[in-house]
Design a protein around this ligand. Structure first.
Ligand SMILES: Cc1ncc(COP(=O)(O)O)c(C=O)c1O
Length: 350
């Protein structure tokens, strides 16, 4: 939709803008559309948040997110100077694009992937180079674009849920001349992870989030790792008080209770396995997922219709009306009860 006023910069006027998954306001909906965690965050998070709701909120938060970065440094064995904290990992992606991609610069990413990359590229007036994933979501060599300023890899990928091997990611990092940003929003549900590449290569940025495995989507907390020289420059671009006080408190508490996150991730992994097997029995094609969602190609009925019918039954999944995904639904892993309800309704509809 083009704004009708003449004031916008032309490249902004032309943009469609990112369309987030629906966040319904009514209760009683089984919400499997935006890859939130169905389980609550650590009790420690709630306890510390309640304690932090006091007159101290009149102050600005720590612009350096020191407490969070100290924990990241200790837990992941990196220097504090190699850590970044953002208002969701979306903000870190945003900062990276603003730092490294100017008008006309080539930014490469595989398709289909997280649609926000395209929005950020358009915001910069940069040039997107989309490279189709193979049918099995392996990465073709055409991802290696010599003049790319930046290559974006969601690993595991959304919406496919598939994971590229460490070796494949390293091949890309070693063979391109520009930067590679590996978006590991879903890494805690997988057996992957490319943190070692940050130590070994000067051109790698890794982003992660507390929105998924840590059950903190509402707090908007992302973190990242990169060589100190990159972090130092990226720091200049972020809003000075980019992460609010309560989000910092929540993030510190969540990092102080990793077993809680790991137990939930394991539980979600078990439900994912069960959902995958049952959907395949029902005739769906399901790609092997290493995330908290699955991508399922419908066995016959149009995916758009199935999405609508599920919605009528108050079950919300994600349908993307775009090339390669027209016949697919992306289903976030809910609780076992929610997944049973979904499977029951699907059995009736099919
Ligand atoms: C691949 C990918 N990267 C990043 C994000 C953004 O996460 P955050 O909530 O940390 O901004 C998402 C959210 O769905 C995602 O799917």
């Amino acid at each position: 939709m083009e704004p009708t006023t003449p004031y916008f910069l032309p490249h902004i006027a032309r943009m469609q803008g990112y369309i987030p998954g629906e966040q319904p306001r009514e209760a009683g909906i089984i919400k499997l559309n935006t890859n939130e965690n169905p389980y609550p965050p650590s009790p420690l998070v709630v306890e510390r948040l309640l304690a932090a709701c006091n007159e101290g909120l009149r102050r600005y938060p720590d612009p350096g997110a020191t407490g969070v970065r100290q924990r990241l440094s200790r837990l992941f064995g990196v220097a504090m100077e190699e850590t970044l904290v953002g208002n969701g990992s979306d903000e870190l992606l945003n900062i990276a694009l603003r730092c490294f991609a100017g008008p006309g610069d080539a930014v490469v990413y595989p398709y289909p992937t997280y649609a926000y990359y395209e929005t950020l590229i358009q915001l910069q007036g940069a040039r997107s180079v989309m490279v189709d994933f193979a049918e099995d979501f392996s990465l073709p060599d055409s991802i290696l674009v010599p003049d790319a300023r930046l290559t974006l890899l969601s690993n595991p990928n959304s919406p496919s849920g598939t994971l590229l091997s460490r070796e494949r990611v390293e091949q890309v990092v070693a063979r391109v001349r520009g930067l590679v940003l590996v978006d590991e929003a879903y890494v805690d549900f997988s057996d992957g992870g490319s943190l070692d590449l940050v130590r070994r290569y000067p051109n790698v940025i890794l982003t992660r989030t507390m929105s998924k495995s840590f059950s903190l989507a509402g707090m908007r907390l992302g973190f990242g790792f990169a060589p100190a020289a990159l972090v130092q420059g990226m720091w200049k671009v972020k809003d000075h008080y980019n992460v609010n006080q309560l989000s910092l408190v929540a993030a510190e508490a969540a990092l102080d209770d990793l077993p809680h996150m790991r137990a939930n991730a394991a539980r979600i992994g078990a439900t994912r396995q069960r959902l995958t097997a049952r959907l395949r029995e029902q005739g769906f094609q399901v790609w092997d997922s290493q995330t908290n969602f699955v991508l399922a190609r419908t066995p016959g009925p149009a995916a758009a219709g199935l999405y609508e019918q599920l919605k009528e039954r108050r079950i919300l999944v994600r349908y993307f009306a775009q090339r390669r995904l027209e016949d697919c639904l992306r289903i976030s892993i809910g609780t076992d009860e929610e997944i049973d309800a979904l499977l029951g309704v699907l059995a009736e509809l099919l």
